[in-house]
Design a protein around this ligand. Structure first.
Ligand code: ADP
Ligand code: MG
Ligand code: ZN
Length: 475
């Protein structure tokens, strides 16, 4: 029997506001526990929340960037549940009147473009953090995060494979970063994702029973967990068993999902409109003001990279997948080197050098990369030497010109100087010279290798061949 995979993602994006959603406490990450708290976010009796306007603005921005409907009348609701990291006993969220609905984004997988629906986006507050100490017989709670603004982004069950889920997640991440409303750090938890997944026989229109996967803190984890779950559910169904609706935790060490709890249905939360907050009314002028501030978004930038820089679609997609990377490329390209050369260099040497780190932490400024490639283009250094210089730049942050000069790496293009070394080589290897004359042309590689060795890689490679030919065969 053939099955179709159905996936829907719930993304929680921490919004990059200076203060929390309903009080003036700082949202800065990494402060000593419980120092960014006040009676409001601690849930003391008698306090009243005041909505942070920036949160509304950011939600509208994301709504506009995804072609969604902005609900000019929306409302906060209480989602009731008890947990020690939630001092109020309820989370202030939105329920039947969310701020954003009916959006869409485009994704591309294996050259195929698909539109993925966004059901809704709503504003809510984050809970605190429980720390379960390994050796103490107690747990600790840090309420600094309590009240940090979140935008929950819920997709339609439109995704049909783990790869599509990965592409969708990347696209939402990129848009949030382009809008500069979320730092997108998955390790620190400012961009989180729960994945809902079910299988159904091909051709069936009703959805199968789903499981919900949590605890995935990298893009790779999300795809791995979903691939595991596809196999697990398929095996169950083929065996005539049923998938149990439940929440599963992904364990990246064992590469398995483990049951966490049975999955509640929404009515267990007994939502009701929050009586402490008036409904949010948004006038259309403000929406238009916000629309006017929207930056160029990833898809538009990708298309521009193809036309303006004549890059292949593939390069353009990778470079524009991250805002900082796209900016890095554009800065480097200002130096005047052929854009495709810069793109190649970024996608190989630079990516390798970053070892997964953020481009924002790279010690090589884009102008410096541009200048390095200019040195190659002008024939000052060879491409091979450039790689070594780049390594140095990554470590020291120094300018390429300085490194080339200090380490004396300037390419030698002086015919006489190269010829002198070539004659030494020919004198040292008479047998090979004979064989070459006899037609064994493969030996050219050996000769050039000798030359590069003696000249520490600095001989102009384009000249080396010609000069050997001339020296051995004459003419
Ligand atoms: P809850 O809030 O209880 O998690 P929702 O109905 O809001 O449930 O759905 C959450 C996510 O799960 C959405 O992205 C939705 O598209 C997806 N989803 C719902 N039902 C299924 C299903 N049967 N298979 C796969 N995904 C589903
Ligand atoms: Mg859910
Ligand atoms: Zn507070």
């Amino acid at each position: 029997m053939e099955f179709e995979t159905v996936i829907g993602l719930e993304i929680h994006a921490q919004l990059k506001t200076a203060s929390k959603i309903f009080c003036g406490c700082s949202t800065a990450f990494g402060a000593p526990p419980n120092t960014h708290t006040c009676p409001v976010c601690l849930g003391m009796p008698g306090v009243l929340p005041v909505l942070n306007k920036k949160v509304v603005e950011f939600a509208i921005k994301m709504g506009l960037a995804t072609g969604s409907t902005i609900n000019r009348y929306n409302q906060f609701a209480r989602k009731n549940y008890f947990y020690p990291d939630l001092p109020k006993g309820y989370q202030t969220s939105q329920f039947d009147l969310p701020i954003v609905e009916h959006g869409k984004v485009e994704i591309e997988v294996d050259g195929k473009t698909r539109e993925i629906g966004i059901t809704r986006m709503h504003m809510e507050e984050d809970a605190g953090k429980l720390i379960h100490a390994e050796h103490d017989s107690c747990s600790y709670v840090d309420l600094n995060r309590t009240g940090t603004p979140l935008l929950e982004i819920v997709s339609e069950p439109d995704l049909r494979s783990p790869q599509e889920a990965y592409a969708y997640l990347k696209k939402i991440h990129a848009i949030l970063r382009y809008l500069d409303i979320c730092d997108g750090n998955m390790q620190e938890g400012s961009f989180r994702c729960d994945a809902n997944i079910s299988l159904r026989p091909v051709g069936q229109s009703t959805l199968g029973t789903r499981t919900e996967l949590k605890n995935m803190n990298s893009f790779r984890n999300v795809q791995d967990a979903l691939e595991y779950e596809v196999r697990r559910q398929r095996d169950l169904l083929l065996d005539g068993q049923k998938v149990v609706q439940q929440t599963l935790l992904w364990d990246p060490d064992t590469n398995r999902t483990e049951p966490m709890r049975g999955k509640e249905d929404a009515h267990d939360y007994r939502y009701f409109p929050c009586p402490d907050l008036v409904p949010v009314e948004i006038n259309s002028e403000w929406i238009e003001e916000i629309r006017a501030t929207l930056p160029e978004l990833p898809d538009a930038r990708k298309n521009r990279f193809v036309t303006e820089y004549r890059l292949p679609e593939y390069d353009a997609a990778i470079l524009t997948g991250d805002k900082l990377l796209a900016e890095y490329f554009e800065e480097a390209a200002k130096g005047g080197v052929e854009p495709k050369k810069i793109s190649n260099w970024i996608m190989t040497e630079l990516m390798r050098g970053l070892k997964g780190d953020d481009i924002g932490n790279c010690r090589v400024a884009p102008q410096q990369l541009g200048n390095l490639l200019l040195l190659v283009e002008k024939g000052v250094i060879s491409g091979k030497i450039a790689k070594a210089v780049f390594q140095d730049m990554l470590e020291s942050g120094h300018d390429p010109e300085q490194i080339v000069q200090e380490k004396n790496l300037v390419q030698v293009s002086d015919e006489h100087e190269i010829m002198k070394v070539i004659e030494e080589i020919l004198a040292a290897h008479p047998a090979q010279v004979q064989e070459f004359r006899g037609g064994k042309e493969k030996l050219m590689g050996f000769f050039v290798g000798q030359l590069m060795q003696r000249m520490k890689g600095k001989a102009n490679p384009a000249m080396a061949n010609d000069l050997f030919q001339k020296a051995i065969l004459g003419g």
